[in-house]
Design a protein around this ligand. Structure first.
Ligand code: AMP
Ligand code: GLY
Length: 246
């Protein structure tokens, strides 16, 4: 919230280094639609999306890809603005209610596979990927029930083999870093890349967050052998490449 409202912009204006992106960069988390557009523009693998409003033929929209339905409100909802369901009526209800409150809602193609979270610290001089973790979002034992903000996490995540990690860096992180570093105000902070890895080992992006993940941070930070404070300050001052951990 504070990043989307421009906290980092204002800190930097008064000369205080800030780890965390400026308002424009924070829109990657603040607006799922904006994030999707950036991914499409850069050719980053992600699920297809339909933008639904009061004028959309909803029956046609939900039948395009069929079940399961992934419906996303385009608001900052702490991981709770998303419904994944096999129940067509439940999907339609959530869609109608969201259009009523927000004016629009996104319907995404369902991606199957296993999820993993990749935290990337970056500034215009470089980036470093932290060990990947896995976050368990469904409320029930055995990954069932409603999505929550996160029930627990562990790292490293075995689903992210070296090969998967290399592909994620090549196809997702590098183009994003190049794009974010070429902006008038470059991105300085942590880019959280929520990945879906299919059974062929192909990664695609489920979501971006513009901060360390909760609860992923608790299992990732203890694996960093470098001084975390030095890293945070280096990113905030745009000199990460000079302090790259080995
Ligand atoms: P998000 O807030 O976009 O990360 O969505 C919350 C959760 O919903 C994700 O962590 C996934 O478990 C699930 N999810 C979101 N988008 C998709 C998708 N396109 N396909 C399958 N599951 C998804
Ligand atoms: N664990 C997901 C999040 O931090 O949004």
């Amino acid at each position: 919230g504070p990043l989307v409202e421009g906290l980092s912009d204002r800190l930097r204006e008064v000369g205080v280094p800030s780890f965390g992106p400026h308002a424009e960069g924070a829109r990657l988390e603040g607006s799922k639609e904006f994030a999707k557009q950036v991914m499409l523009d850069l050719g980053i693998p992600t699920a297809g999306v339909q933008h639904l409003t009061g004028d959309t033929d909803l029956d046609e929209a939900v039948d395009l890809w069929g079940a399961p339905w992934v419906v996303k409100r385009d608001v900052l909802a702490g991981g709770k603005g998303v419904l994944v369901t096999e129940d067509r009526e439940e999907a339609l209800d959530f869609i109608r209610n969201s259009i009523q409150t927000d004016g629009m809602v996104l319907l995404e193609e369902f991606l199957s596979g296993e999820e993993a979270s990749m935290l990337v610290m970056m500034d215009e001089s470089g980036f470093v990927t932290l060990p990947c973790s896995q976050d368990h979002k469904r409320v029930g034992e055995g990954d069932v029930g409603l999505n929550t903000g996160g029930m627990g996490a562990y790292a490293p995540a075995p689903v992210v083999t070296d090969l998967v990690r290399d592909r994620a860096i090549l196809e997702i992180v590098e183009p994003m870093h190049k794009h974010l570093s070429s902006q008038e105000i470059p991105y300085r902070g942590c880019l959280y890349v929520g990945l879906m890895i299919d059974d062929q080992g192909s990664p695609s992006v489920v979501e971006y967050n513009v901060r360390f993940g909760d609860p992923e941070t608790q299992v990732t930070v203890p694996l960093i052998s470098s001084d975390l404070c030095d890293l945070l300050l280096a990113v905030a001052e745009g000199r990460l490449s000079d302090s790259m951990p080995t």
